[in-house]
Write a protein that binds this ligand. Structure first.
Ligand code: 5GP
Ligand code: MN
Length: 317
């Protein structure tokens, strides 16, 4: 895809990612935004996502993000959707995407079937930021764009560790860090650093975790009562499922939190034996082979029973 060609003539451009934006979502939306502001100075470009976590405050012009989903433009010439495998992941930004004269989809979810008018999708890419990088012309690149894209790559690869990290990913990272930002500080402050409350939630989830299937699966949950007591939001739970996955002998980690009475948001992580994207898809969610998620209704025990059945089917093959 030639991005600037696709955008030729567009005077109003909206950019969005998924609800509960993670590092790759914030990084790709802001990288794209900062780039288009430079490459297309006469266009009105509006980034629209939910308020990013404070750890992302190091990204330039974060205050330009429209978080109230009332951008003052009803029909955009072009709307760019990033890091979303399906339309429903846009949340409140969906009507703007649907109403736009032209819709561009850029994503690295293998399940993405390319629902835009133009799309750039690669299920092998580490992150949406990696794909955004592919589309940018060097002459408009700068340190702030590089930093935003770097953050997304770092987050979706678990600091260049997960199997989605390719030689291409590392080549891009090499080019990005040449811009000279303080990358160890960025990794510490956006990825590893946790608030006291986040650590408390992590501690709780680890203490309460249960293993099954001979220790190959681990599950933990945080319910509404605990969330209300601590004043914890989903933002506090980031990273918990990864920590569960590090338990010796575990193939699949499951973390659940209650979003409503008898309704859970589920995060799955796999070491490779089980394709958790398949399981998430079965429950109308999505994701990648080793990291996926979905929403499920029922009591905690019923939900775990159902999910464990799905895991067992794959494990017994
Ligand atoms: P996480 O567990 O960190 O929330 O998400 C892991 C991966 O699964 C991410 O790529 C995320 O986009 C995807 N994912 C998580 N929840 C959902 C969901 O409800 N629907 C879809 N389509 N994808 C999800
Ligand atoms: Mn991503």
């Amino acid at each position: 895809m030639n991005l600037l060609k696709e955008l030729k003539g567009s005077m109003t451009i909206g950019i969005s990612g998924h609800t509960k934006p993670d590092g790759d979502c914030v990084g790709s939306v802001m990288g794209m935004y900062l780039y288009l502001k430079k490459a297309m100075p006469s266009a009105t470009v509006i980034p629209m996502i939910e308020k990013p976590g404070e750890e992302f405050n190091c990204i330039a012009n974060l205050e330009d993000i429209k978080t109230d989903f009332n951008p003052g433009i009803e029909v955009f010439d072009t709307y760019i959707g990033l890091d979303c495998s399906t339309e429903d992941r846009y949340g409140d930004a969906l009507p703007y995407f649907q109403n736009a004269k032209k819709r561009i989809v850029i994503d690295h979810h293998i399940s993405n079937e390319g629902f835009g008018d133009a799309s750039y999708i690669d299920g092998q890419a580490s992150s949406t930021c990696e794909l955004v990088y592919d589309l940018l012309e060097d002459k408009y690149m700068d340190i702030e764009i590089a930093k935003a894209l770097y953050i997304g790559i770092i987050h979706d690869t678990g600091v260049l560790q997960y199997s989605c990290t390719s030689p291409k990913t590392l080549n891009i990272v090499a080019k990005l860090i040449e811009y000279g930002f303080d990358f160890p500080k960025i990794i510490d402050e956006t990825f590893y650093e946790k608030t006291k409350l986040q650590n408390e939630m992590l501690g709780r989830a680890l203490v309460e975790s249960i293993t099954f299937a001979d220790g190959k699966c681990i599950v933990s949950k945080i319910d509404r009562k605990i969330m209300d007591f601590y004043g914890a939001t989903p933002h506090e739970f980031e990273g918990i499922v990864n920590q569960l996955r590090y338990t010796k002998g575990v193939e699949v980690a499951i973390f659940m939190y209650e979003i409503d009475n008898m309704e859970y948001k589920v995060s799955l992580r796999s070491r490779g034996l089980v394709d958790v994207a398949k399981i998430a898809k079965f429950y109308n969610g999505g994701g990648h082979q080793r990291a996926a998620g979905f929403t499920i209704k029922g009591t905690f025990h019923d939900c775990v029973n159902n999910i464990s059945d799905s895991i067992m089917i794959q494990m017994s093959k």
